[in-house]
Write a protein that binds this ligand. Structure first.
Ligand code: C5P
Length: 234
């Protein structure tokens, strides 16, 4: 099992991203990075190719959610970018997730890992119940969507580290849990509510932790990254 720390590169431009990544250029193992919608929409696929060429593994966090045919074709395009992890919304149904997998698989049978978003952490129980008309508890919904993703053949889910153990119990140890909401014990929580330290996330069974501001906003991002790796991987 490949456990790792993924840095969320939540920057608005290529310039800011490269200025940040340049700090890591002397490391033998370049950090695994997450590229989200903001940077991808600002800079296009070239930013992905450039970061890959610099030797980083990439989680392309674009959260696809559309009809199965559109997702399948879009995943085939993303597959050519040679990223390591991509994602889609489990709410798009099992048919959509199966189509995503099919589109992502290259003619030679290889493909990036595909994980699903279960429920966004910005959706609370009230919104689930009153707006989306989903009347189960949040935990039941998250576990059910994780099982759907597993049945559709996906590799894992994005979830809170607090849910990692339950997801593994329901879908097996090999089913990946990719968990944001990570903070150092002496750090600032910011807008994240249900947080865990890297060491606690490791103990809870997280496979990959996604860490943004504790590294990107640190005075010494390389030292913060190394601390994170040490706490998470031991
Ligand atoms: O700066 P911070 O460590 O809070 O960044 C966490 C990253 O993980 C951000 O890119 C955020 O969008 C993402 N994320 C999250 N919670 C989710 C899904 C993604 O914080 N449920």
């Amino acid at each position: 099992m490949n456990k790792d720390v993924i840095i969320a590169c939540d920057f608005a431009s290529a310039e800011a991203t490269y200025e940040f990544l340049d700090k890591f250029k002397d490391l033998d193992n370049k950090p695994f990075v997450k590229i989200g919608m903001e940077l991808f929409y600002a800079e296009g696929p070239q930013i992905v190719r450039e970061i890959k060429a610099r030797g980083h593994k990439i989680f392309l966090d674009l959260k696809l959610h559309d009809i199965p045919n559109t997702v399948k074709k879009s995943m085939a395009v993303l597959s050519k970018l040679d990223v390591d992890i991509v994602n889609c919304h489990a709410a798009g149904t099992k048919a959509m997730m199966e189509a995503a997998l099919e589109g992502l698989t290259r003619p030679n049978g290889t493909r990036p890992l595909l994980i699903a978003v279960t429920q966004l952490t910005s959706t609370d129980q009230l919104a689930l119940d009153k707006e989306l008309l989903i009347h189960e508890t949040m935990n039941e919904v998250v576990m059910h969507y994780a099982k759907n993703a597993h049945q559709a053949g996906l590799d894992g889910v994005v979830c809170s580290p607090h849910e990692a153990a339950d997801v593994h119990d329901a879908c097996g140890e090999a089913f990946l849990t990719v968990t944001p909401g990570i903070r150092f014990a002496d750090g600032d929580a910011g807008d994240q509510k249900r947080i865990m330290t890297p060491a606690a996330a490791a103990a809870a069974g997280s496979d990959y932790i996604v860490v943004g501001r504790p590294i990107t906003a640190a005075e010494d991002p390389v030292a913060a990254y190394k601390r994170c790796v040490k706490e998470f991987l031991g």
